[in-house]
Design a protein around this ligand. Sequence first.
Ligand code: NAD
Length: 257
Amino acid sequence: MSVLESFSLEGETAIVTGAAQGLGKQMATGLAEMGADVAIADVDVEKAERTAAELDGETDVVATEVDVTDEASVEAMVEDVTDRLGPVDVLVNNAGIVENSPAEETSLDSWRRVLAVNLDGVFLCAKHVGQRMLERGGGRIVNIASMSGFDVNVPQKQASYNTTKAGVSMLTKSLAVEWADRGVRVNAIAPGYMRTDLVDEVLEANPEMEETWLENTPIGRLGRPEELRELVVYLASDASSYMTGSTVVMDGGYTAR
Ligand code: NAD
């Protein structure tokens, strides 16, 4: 197999959670470009429909509704995608939320909301897609962690978010070790600041933050969401066949300082 061929996802089926917008949408675009049929799985099903219509082209791109915090909803989503696109070869666990507040003022409800989406969601989707991958003897899972799982980035206060993203990297390693000898590889991507709606919302409320972020980012700019496409294709394809349990950091040098 040539190097280029090893990146191909021709004839494969992929699910990207939280792909109606932002990083998920860009990663879905990359997977489709390399030949995969893709399910845009999102709690905002109307936006997912619009995104799927936009990306549908050379390969099938469909929308499917899921609340990743709800096990029955995750099971129904996996069933729906399997019926419409065939068995799932690639799962990208991207859905995530952030709620910023000083730890001493954070309500238990807020803490639990962030844990539910960012950790329960990754676990539930990995569990239900993983079961089917193990039955078939293969598959690749890519979890979206964050540089916030390695460094406490400032000035925002986001203990719940940071904790979940460190958890995503450890869950990635745990699943990788459990499933390695049954053909299922599990890796993660830890992005730095990428200019998406999630980040724009934070900056709208606190415009002064951007200066601190840029000062701490050696490359001197925020990432562009489309810059994640190549990395997700690498981890989702045979190009990374000897890799499992890794979290690959892509952060403009933030955590290297
Ligand atoms: P975003 O807010 O633009 O998009 C998140 C998507 O997830 C939305 O479409 C939303 O509807 C969906 N979603 C939310 N809750 C859901 C649920 N319960 N079930 C299903 N879907 C749900 O966010 P983004 O910036 O594109 O971030 C995507 C991922 O990347 C997140 O996990 C985030 O933590 C991570 N990340 C982002 C950055 C960044 O700078 N943008 C940096 C590091 C990591």
